[in-house]
Design a binder for this molecule. Structure first.
Ligand SMILES: NC(=O)c1ccc[n+]([C@@H]2O[C@H](COP(=O)([O-])OP(=O)(O)OC[C@H]3O[C@@H](n4cnc5c(N)ncnc54)[C@H](OP(=O)(O)O)[C@@H]3O)[C@@H](O)[C@H]2O)c1
Length: 330
């Protein structure tokens, strides 16, 4: 178990901010293995966020690129209006600097962009943050993440150091936004050890290091070296797609099924408990109320060392990913 968790329900970031270990994932879509990307399902977004609030979720993982911030902000606003919740009761994450998306969803030049093609990166980040804060209507976000370290390698640039310089510019702008109170904590997503090392060389002040690195981790996709690197530097690792987005038959894996039967739990609960006991935070997403409740009901059992190792071993071979491999980003 980690030494910086409070009962595995919260984790303290290096700047002292407390973050819940479970946040509801707000990327609504059905994109895994599909050629026709369907990345915005409005009925699911309105219903699922409503049900998640009713089920007790108080942390929500969003991004400018998900197109759901107005929905999350509006639904939270209703709870504030009724007096049920206050701003400080919720923990809201957003992400900026997503690379350019496929043309059929990249309908707004403001929603996603590729640093390689942006003249004034810092100004774009500031403008996007203003739009995000307007959509959310929450005054500030609790955690602001750099969504991706760059494009996916399809753009060439005369200056091979350009992606690194772009990341440093984005990060300095994030620091400025945090200093102004627009974000309580800042971090990165999809960063490899190389990306982190370069960023911490470029902005060497220890207090300016990322608080969080949000990466794809599930039992079929692990990177123990990256996790150890982050842990040693006090960077919290968050597992996105904690169930592999419902693919690869992960939740039917016989190893997980046997452990679930032993504990009288579901395989989904076993996977989430494994994430928390490994010292990660996680972002489960579901469209079903009973699973929202189930996915938070993780604190009346514990996995043994042998069970943890058996689940670790599932991802020992080549990682099976639902999202692009960040090592392909320069
Ligand atoms: N930083 C990034 O680049 C990045 C990338 C991808 C995702 N994310 C974040 O991570 C979040 C979660 O990832 P994700 O949405 O791809 O997928 P996920 O949470 O790994 O999996 C969602 C799938 O699992 C199913 N499921 C959920 N709970 C279950 C349970 N207890 N038992 C059985 N099945 C269950 C859901 O089906 P039902 O709806 O039918 O229950 C859905 O098909 C996103 O919403 C987003 O916030 C971040």
């Amino acid at each position: 178990m980690t030494d910086n968790t409070d009962d595995l329900r919260n984790v303290t970031l290096h700047n002292g901010v407390t973050m819940p270990t479970l946040a509801f994932g707000c990327a609504f879509g059905d994109w895994v293995g599909r050629s026709d990307f369907q990345g915005f399902l409005p009925e699911q977004a309105w219903r699922a966020v409503t049900m998640a609030l009713d089920s007790g979720y108080r942390a929500f993982d969003g991004a400018r690129a998900y197109g759901t911030e107005r929905i999350v902000g509006t639904l939270l606003g209703q709870r504030f209006a009724s007096g049920e919740l206050r701003r400080e009761d919720v923990f809201i994450t957003t992400k900026l600097a997503h690379p350019a998306a496929p043309p059929h969803i990249n309908i707004s030049h403001k929603r996603t962009w590729d640093a390689d093609k942006v003249e004034d990166i810092a100004q774009r980040v500031r403008d996007d943050m203003v739009d995000t804060l307007d959509d959310l209507g929450l005054g500030y976000v609790d955690l602001l993440l750099m969504h991706w370290p760059g494009g996916f390698g399809q753009h060439t640039k005369a200056d091979p150091d350009f992606p690194r310089k772009a990341r440093a510019t984005i990060w300095r702008t994030f620091c400025e936004l945090a200093d102004k109170g627009a974000a309580r904590a800042i971090g990165v997503s999809n960063f490899t050890i190389g990306h982190l090392q370069a960023l911490m060389e470029d902005i060497p002040e220890p207090e300016r290091r990322p608080s969080v690195n949000q990466v794809e981790i599930h039992p079929y996709c692990r990177d123990p070296e990256l996790e150890a690197f982050c842990r040693e530097r006090g960077i919290v690792v968050t597992a996105y797609a904690p169930f592999a987005s419902g693919t690869f038959g992960l939740l039917q894996d016989p190893v997980l099924t046997a452990i679930a039967e032993r504990h009288g739990k579901t395989t989904g609960q076993i996977v989430l408990r494994w994430h928390l006991q490994s010292g990660r935070t996680a972002l489960p997403k579901t469209s079903k109320t009973e699973r929202m409740v189930e996915n938070r009901d993780l604190f009346d059992f514990a996995l043994g060392d042998d069970e943890m190792q058996a689940i670790d071993a599932l991802g020992a071979d080549a990682a099976r990913r639902t999202c692009p491999d960040p090592t392909s980003v320069a």
